[in-house]
Design a protein around this ligand. Structure first.
Ligand code: NAI
Length: 280
């Protein structure tokens, strides 16, 4: 297993990975790289990392590098890493978008880059919210390409199993369609719902009366804006397709309510309810 691991982006996900790694792999040395000195300071104080770096150039003898910053930072980070890493170093990531990003990172870094996405998280950000049990019992999606080095893939897969995740493989483009629908769309809708309430507020501050439904539904709108800006832009096509279909569903609902089509409205709601109940 890896003796020295560098995490680029020591926030909520990078910090949670570090805590889980420390517990699973005894004696591992964890290096943290971040552009925010305060994040590094906190990570050292909380003993999440052993050593802190503000520059990638200073990394040496690292077996594994894990990218855990917002997805649109990955391109430049990969270019800088290419200058400092030797051929043996495996690079992986925790980014929420894969697709062409995986192929571009592979072009820069070579076949020892293995794309991945832990299906675990919350609306929290920052290293102070890190949790060592975040990945236990959760899915981890590996997104290899036909070029991915098999040994590197096996090692990354084994590591995530060791952290308690169920590892599953998926084509990078299929990944972006699936998570564009089940994760990126709901986040877009939650942000938009809050925006709608800002516009709906007249003389009364609507945010003073949050019902349980409103709280449940909009929890994810408290997520980090930079992280979500990057996800929406990087998975633009899938997100826009999903939003278009969602607008059609809303329009159907609008028509049924406006025209008072009672029976069809009941069926629409019933079908949605049944699908939701199957998730429990
Ligand atoms: P976060 O905001 O808590 O942490 C991001 C960290 O990256 C910050 O400390 C920031 O200073 C640092 N950073 C920004 N630009 C950088 C750069 N150029 N070089 C080095 N460090 C840089 O965000 P979080 O939630 O930890 O997300 C990180 C990654 O994990 C994102 O790519 C996201 O898509 C992915 N992810 C997040 C999940 C979540 O629920 N939060 C779930 C699954 C994946």
């Amino acid at each position: 297993m890896f003796k020295r691991v560098a995490i680029v982006g020591v926030g909520f996900m990078g910090g949670s990975f570090a805590l889980a790694l420390r517990e699973a792999v005894k004696g591992v040395e964890i290096l943290g790289v971040d552009i925010n000195p305060k994040a590094l300071e906190k990570a050292l104080d909380l003993k999440v990392i052993d050593r802190a770096y503000e520059r990638l150039d200073d990394l040496e003898n690292v077996g594994l590098v894990v990218l855990a910053s917002p997805v649109r930072t990955f391109y430049n980070i990969a270019k800088s890493l290419k200058q400092v890493l030797d051929d043996q170093t495996i690079v992986t990531d925790m980014g929420s978008v894969k697709g062409k990003l995986v192929y571009e990172l592979e072009n820069i870094l070579g076949k020892k880059f293995v794309g991945g996405h832990p299906i675990a998280g919350t609306e929290k950000s920052g290293v102070e919210n890190s949790r060592k049990d975040l990945f236990k019992g959760k899915r981890f999606i590996l997104t290899p390409t036909p070029n991915t080095d098999q040994e590197a893939k096996r090692k990354v897969s084994e590591l995530w199993s060791l952290l308690g995740s169920y590892v599953e493989e998926m084509d990078p483009y299929v990944h972006d369609y699936v998570f564009g629908c089940v994760s990126h769309l709901p986040h877009a809708v939650a942000f938009a719902l809050i925006d709608a309430l800002i516009n709906l507020k007249k003389d009364v501050d609507l945010f003073k009366y949050p019902g349980a439904g409103f709280r449940d539904f909009t929890r994810i709108a408290a997520s980090d804006p930079i992280m979500w800006r990057d996800i929406f832009l990087e998975n633009k096509e899938n997100v826009l397709t999903a939003i278009d279909v969602y607008i059609s569903s809303l329009q159907k609902l609008v028509d049924l309510i406006r025209e008072g089509r009672e029976e069809e409205l009941t069926s629409y709601l019933k079908e949605a309810r049944e699908h939701r109940l199957r998730l429990e």
